[in-house]
Write a protein that binds this ligand. Structure first.
Ligand SMILES: NC(=O)c1ccc[n+]([C@@H]2O[C@H](COP(=O)([O-])OP(=O)(O)OC[C@H]3O[C@@H](n4cnc5c(N)ncnc54)[C@H](OP(=O)(O)O)[C@@H]3O)[C@@H](O)[C@H]2O)c1
Length: 305
């Protein structure tokens, strides 16, 4: 099969190559999915899971991309819950070969059915931002109606999803980013917006939750605007930022199919939008990811149409 492979951690995205790779087999409780649409998550080429297996053994050449939508073509021994020919979408194991390929083997429990009226491109674009925003706001952040949440990077891929979900949950949403992101953030549901390059984060009144995507100094400053007892959730890795008498949780998104089912239903009802910036093909994926043109929104690789 055709796949994008990486072999050199130091090279990062510049090391991606289009290559022939053996088709994966469905192991116990797996399905094999013919990939129709796929994507990578910003930093995954820096994560150890791209380069080693769970035992720490080198696993290059490695196929990146863990978000996808496609059709089940094979079932592993003992696999239940999905059937051959079924449309599915979901997040695949970080430590196994991924979805920038014509086929991927993935545990059935990582996938949800993709309704017939939802494009594969849309399904793929909902996976990572949808799950990350949901888990950050509700599983870890315990956001409730009437609370105020500060969403960093609110015009970005994850932040735009977090703003939509938080607003729908009845929260007051303060988005942040650069000046150019203001209108997009407001369109995605932020009630107000802070240009971090010109306005002071310290001027924000007390918030119940910070949804952080940046880490570093911005996370540290953000801890200071959280009400005593409030929370920070961050997807930017470990941080020393701590709200007074509150807690900080850094997490990596998990595959939770019931959340995907809820997210795609909201999309079908017109209550949630994707943030797709660019659609490319597997043949053009290497040049697309290496392009110096900055595109806002998710890049989706349409593997099969
Ligand atoms: N832990 C996890 O499970 C997980 C899951 C998904 C993503 N992530 C990570 O989360 C981060 C965000 O991902 P994303 O896909 O949402 O990225 P994105 O689409 O690039 O969004 C980031 C947004 O923040 C803005 N921004 C960036 N740096 C800024 C700064 N210094 N000051 C003000 N605004 C700034 C960007 O504006 P410009 O476009 O103008 O730069 C953009 O609007 C990435 O590092 C990604 O790898 C982690």
């Amino acid at each position: 099969m055709k796949a994008i492979i990486v072999t050199d951690q130091a090279a990062g995205i510049a090391g991606m190559k289009l290559a022939e790779h053996p088709e994966p087999q469905a192991e116990i409780n797996d399905v094999v999915v013919q990939v129709y649409a796929s994507s990578i998550t910003g930093d995954e080429l820096t994560w150890p899971s791209t380069w080693v297996d769970r035992a720490g053994h080198d696993r290059v050449p490695s196929i990146p991309g863990h978000e996808m939508a496609g059709v089940v073509t094979a079932l592993g021994y003992g696999t239940t819950g999905l059937s051959i020919g079924q449309r599915v979408f979901g997040l695949t194991d970080w430590y196994r070969n991924g979805t920038l390929a014509e086929y991927v083997a993935v545990e059935a429990r990582n996938l949800a059915p993709l309704p017939a009226d939802v494009d594969f491109t849309v399904g793929s674009a909902l996976v990572m931002p949808g799950l990350t925003a949901w888990q950050g706001l509700f599983d870890h952040g315990r956001l409730r109606a009437g609370q105020t949440v500060l969403v960093h990077g609110a015009a970005g891929i994850v932040g735009s999803m977090a703003s939509q979900l938080a607003r729908a949950a009845g929260a007051y949403v303060i988005g942040t980013g650069r000046a150019g992101g203001r209108q997009a953030a407001l369109d995605f549901g932020a009630h107000e917006y802070i240009d971090l390059e010109k306005e002071k984060l310290q001027d924000v009144g007390g918030v119940d939750l910070v949804f952080d995507v940046f880490g570093g100094d911005i996370a540290i400053q953000s801890a200071g605007v959280i009400k005593p007892g409030g929370k920070m959730v961050t997807i930017a890795g470990p941080t020393d930022a701590r709200p007074v008498n509150g807690s900080t949780i850094d997490f990596v998104v998990e595959a939770i199919p019931s959340q995907l089912t809820e997210i795609v239903q909201r999309f079908r009802e017109g209550r949630l939008r994707t943030h797709i910036g660019n659609i490319s093909s597997l043949n053009d994926a290497v040049s697309t990811y290496n392009s110096t043109n900055r595109v806002n929104g998710k890049t989706i690789i349409s593997v099969r149409s």
